[in-house]
Design a binder for this molecule. Structure first.
Ligand code: AHG
Ligand code: MN
Ligand code: MN
Length: 330
């Protein structure tokens, strides 16, 4: 089996980007180690602090953020970073060519119940000149690499540099990422959806009707039965979609008028959309393709609908209809 280093060489990824990817991968090994020790290392539980988005930070949100920040500072290829757990962009190395956006610990509500968590990252080119927030506001199409690490029963890294999606499994004894799937591919059709159903009453009409039709199963307009899954960690849900197809959505809702979307564009939606498109799937907000959005803020949030191409199209077809009437959910 190919190691990650051998794989990057075989794909002719340039030296500096390879070095950065290996730094991210090495840090994820250390995060995997910390996560695995859990209560034994005293890393579980919450802190007294909130991040800029008003979310209480878990101890591991801060620990993993610091681990990635320290590693990227030492790497030398990184001009600046943006993180879910940093209020502002952070200047890293003057001579660095890359910007890195990351969610150091995705699914952090899962950490105290020993359930799935992950790390998500996105690499952008660093524009010349002074580093500001504007340097980061590039569309997802500009990403040079993206990936996630899933800390599950095994630790896995899914990676794209724009040449498909490769999946690596961390060997527990040698501590080496080994290539276990050279070409992840999302089946175009599926009978599995992922959505937090508890928000149903807050969704827009198109999503209400789309999900209602899935729930009708064989007797509804879709004429087939659907199954549902929800891991509460985007990394886990997207990994399932990449592994066996499916549709994952965190749609627009009006639960909190100030926060109509949950997931963050720069370090959740964009890297996942890049992976999903590279595996043959689709990723949209319902109204536009995620990778085509021009960001306006590093922490901006978006609606996300991604996965099996025909199923995403089916969902989008509801968004094109006239939903001025309230849907009939009887
Ligand atoms: P994070 O832990 O990085 O804040 O992200 C959590 C996100 C995402 O991973 C997941 O899909 C979603 O929040 C779960 O939201 P609910 O708790 O509303 O189900
Ligand atoms: Mn997250
Ligand atoms: Mn997070």
């Amino acid at each position: 089996m190919q190691t990650l280093t051998q794989h990057l060489t075989s794909q002719a990824v340039n030296d500096s980007l390879s070095q950065l990817i290996l730094t991210l991968a090495d840090t994820s090994k250390a995060i995997s180690h910390a996560v695995r020790h859990g209560a034994l290392a005293g890393v579980l539980g919450a802190t007294e602090q909130e991040n800029v988005q008003g979310e209480t930070q878990k101890k591991l949100d801060i620990i993993t953020n610091d681990m990635l920040k320290d590693a990227l500072k030492a790497d030398g290829t990184v001009r600046g970073l943006a993180s879910e757990e940093e209020d502002h962009v952070v200047e890293v190395s003057k001579g660095g060519q890359y910007l890195v956006c990351f969610d150091p610990l995705d699914g952090s509500s899962n950490i105290d119940i020993n359930s799935l968590v992950g790390t998500i990252f996105s690499v952008l080119p660093a524009p010349a000149g002074e580093l500001t927030e504007t340097s980061f506001l590039q569309s997802g199409r500009a990403q040079l690499a993206a990936g996630y690490v899933l800390y599950g029963p095994s630790t896995m890294l899914a990676l794209t540099t724009g040449q498909g999606v490769q999946l690596f499994t961390l060997h527990p004894e040698t501590n080496e990422f080994l290539l276990t799937d050279a070409a992840m591919s999302i089946s175009p059709d599926t009978a599995e959806f992922a959505i937090n159903m508890s928000n149903q009453r807050f969704w827009e009409a198109p999503m209400q009707t789309y999900i209602a039709d899935l729930l009708l199963g064989k007797i509804g307009p879709r004429e087939k039965s659907f199954n549902m899954r929800w891991i509460a960690a985007m990394v886990g849900d997207v990994h399932r979609v990449l592994s066996r197809g499916g549709i994952f959505t965190y749609p627009t809702d009006n639960k909190d008028a100030k926060k109509p979307y949950k997931l963050r564009l720069m370090y959740e939606a964009n890297p996942m959309a890049f992976l999903v498109e590279q595996a043959g799937g689709k990723a949209s907000t319902g109204y536009e393709t995620i990778l085509d959005i021009i960001p306006t803020q590093i922490h901006q949030r978006v609606a996300v609908i991604l996965g099996s191409s025909n199923e995403v199209d089916a969902c989008l077809s509801y968004h094109g209809l006239d939903y001025s009437e309230e849907p009939n959910l009887d």
